[in-house]
Ligand binder design. Structure first.
Ligand SMILES: *Cc1c(COP(=O)(O)O)cnc(C)c1O
Length: 391
């Protein structure tokens, strides 16, 4: 009997977590321990992140969205200030400015990396009156490849803004010979540990920085603005039971369950990135003769963590190709709908046409499956399906 009628249809997601028995055991051990949250695992996970990035300080929180928020608070962003980011990102890259009561604007992307263009940033700074200059600029490491941070740092020093890198896609990547997050160019970098990202804690995020002052502030904002550190208190401590609220913070704490999963996942980060790079090489070779624009490859200055493998097809065929892939069980996705075209942002006055390169990219964008557990066989099926639809 032919098995084809009975076998379930092949379904390949665009991204997914890779969980081993060791990961499960690490979480189970915490469940059976004294501390489910804010025990020994969170600082141990932070130590892993410091080791992996070379940053002096790491602050783990419950999501990258929370990480972006407390980073903006620590940088002093508030009402009357401006935050500029890339329109080609998830909405969280911009919303963090709004949480702080600041205004948000965008800098268009470049046509090869689809990252914030440093030339356009320079032009926009030049054309903007000083009182509307940004306090914080948020370049996004789209797909895992850093933006032109060296050029953005020069502008930051000239114009006096902070660089808050949204590196949600990029832990494990490199830039200018150092790990993403090392802090040579950005004041703070933020990672996400959502299941589709490079390593996961289910939900989770972290901020890294080389500034002790910024790290101290982010630790306060992560947990109610409350401290037990006498150095941070106003006046004298009442005694060993005492804590003080010295600022208005939030509860953005990561649990020990999440941190234990993160520690276990970090042991495999090199293997994850290696597998992603192998998949990239196979896509690059296979798509060479197809009418698609592939993501720009790694070079001396930048080695992506390859969270995504986004391609651009002709805008006129995008819907047909997307639907054809989905119908074949390949759950392709689109990253990203330009943030300024979202209804919430259009109500602030943004319009289609404001950032044409991000919109041109979006019109043809399709993210192909990219995750460490994707097999060569399944990847071949993705490629054959795509080639069939473009023939
Ligand atoms: C995933 C993501 C976020 C948000 O991450 P969470 O951990 O889900 O809050 C922010 N920015 C970018 C670019 C992302 O891809």
């Amino acid at each position: 009997m032919s098995g084809s009628a009975l076998s379930p249809k092949r379904v390949i997601p665009y991204g997914r977590q890779d969980i081993t028995d060791d990961d499960v055991a690490a979480v189970e051990a915490v469940l059976r321990s004294d501390f489910l949250t804010t025990g020994p695992m969170v600082p141990a996970f932070e130590a892993e992140i410091r080791a992996a990035t070379g940053a002096d300080h790491a602050v783990a929180v419950n999501s990258a969205t929370s990480a972006l928020h407390i980073a903006c608070l620590a940088l002093g962003l508030g009402p009357g200030d401006w935050l500029w980011t890339s329109p080609n990102s998830f909405v969280a890259s911009a919303n963090c400015g709004l949480y702080c009561g600041a205004k948000v604007d965008f800098v268009d992307v470049g046509p090869a990396t689809w990252n914030m263009c440093a030339v356009k940033l320079a032009e926009k700074l030049e054309a903007t009156p000083a009182e509307k200059h940004p306090k914080v600029v948020v370049p996004v490491a789209f797909g895992g490849r850093c933006a032109d941070l060296a050029a953005i740092r020069i502008l930051a020093d000239r114009y006096g803004f902070f660089v808050l890198e949204d590196a949600s896609h990029a832990i494990g990547g490199e830039y200018m010979g150092r790990a993403v997050g090392a802090g040579t160019y950005a004041d703070i970098s933020v990672f996400s540990f959502h299941p589709v990202k490079i390593v996961t804690t289910a939900e989770g995020g972290a901020c890294v920085t080389n500034s002790a002052k910024l790290a101290e502030k982010m630790q306060l904002y992560r947990s109610h603005g409350v401290t037990r550190d006498e150095r941070l208190m106003r006046g004298e401590s009442d005694g060993p039971w005492y804590y003080q609220q010295v600022d208005l913070g939030l509860n953005y704490r990561m649990t020990d369950l999440q941190a234990a999963l993160g520690i276990s996942q970090m042991k495999r980060i090199s293997a994850f990135i290696k597998r992603r790079r192998a998949l990239v090489a196979r896509y690059d070779a296979a798509l060479l003769d197809l009418p698609v624009q592939c993501p720009v490859g790694d070079d001396d200055s930048s080695q992506s963590a390859w969270h995504l493998y986004p391609i651009m097809v002709e805008a006129s065929v995008r819907r047909r190709v997307f639907e054809g892939m989905r119908a074949a069980g390949v759950l392709v996705n689109v990253h990203y709908i330009p943030i300024h075209t979202q209804p919430y942002y259009r109500e602030m006055g943004f319009q289609p046409g404001d950032f044409p390169e991000a919109e041109r990219y979006y019109a043809g964008a399709i993210s192909l499956p990219m995750f460490p557990a994707l097999t060569d066989t399944d990847q071949d099926y993705v490629i054959e399906t795509l080639a069939g639809l473009l023939a």
